[in-house]
Design a protein around this ligand. Sequence first.
Ligand code: CP
Length: 320
Amino acid sequence: MTGFVRKDLIGLQGLSADEIGYVLDVADQFRFVNLRSIKKVPTLRGKSVVHLFLEPSTRTRTSFDIAAKRLSADTFSISGGSSSTTKGETLLDTARNLAAMHPDIIVLRHARAGAPGLLSDALPNTSIINAGDGRHEHPTQALLDMLTIRRALGGLKGRTVTIVGDITHSRVARSNIWGLRTMGAKVRVCGPRTLIPPGIEELGVEVHDNLQDGIRKADVVMMLRIQKERLSRGGHFFPTSREYSRMFGLNREKLRRWARKDVLIMHPGPINRGVELEPEVADGEWSVILDQVENGVAVRMAVMYLVLGGEGAARREGRG
Ligand code: CP
């Protein structure tokens, strides 16, 4: 089936290549709205979107909010500190109370894997979009990563993408593995063995514990942040940040010696400068990190539009 006919976006696991390709095509069209002087279309006029962010975020939260406003939706933001979850209310109670006010979409970021799936089952009349849940998935991040690669390299099929860093704790890595493999890319993961989940090869990825081998001939190198907030709960995974940086951090010299001249460097942000990436690489000629952020708005516009029914719904409701 071509198109994207789903109430929710919980993850990229289980999405078909047609569905992912369709979201990227729609996002490519929305990119142009972001380049106009008047950055607003009536596509979601009369719709309401609640941003429920129970974990910190700069990029994802702002990007979803800008995307919804550019589609003319009304937006409402709730963060962890300002919500009644701090008084002991359960996520499900919070979500049911919000749903009673009839929002069309709830965008949820949550520290627990599975939280968006729980809401998806509990709220049949509200679209749920996962903005990152624990170590599980961050589907719109992977979609914007794929759009960035597709735009820079002309396609995903047959391309080699190396994901470097803390694979175990990374929802970005997991969504990218599902999405990139589905779209026909070859995926390598690279990092200390302590940060690579056992059995990950079963997802069809190559595993490297040596940066030189991991990035050799790769078209794209996606650097991940060392997630101090998740690592601190589980003990020690590498001796020191300095040691990690020496083994798996990327600088100009390593790139010059080991990588393709035209390699693309990506990072989902926030960057730990001087740990996984030196500024000369993060801000250098290989970097498409700000392209990722730019494409994120278009991807989120596409996802919100599509979970509310896309073109058919817009035309029926006089919004198209
Ligand atoms: N990439 C990403 O999820 O960044 P934020 O945590 O700032 O949203």
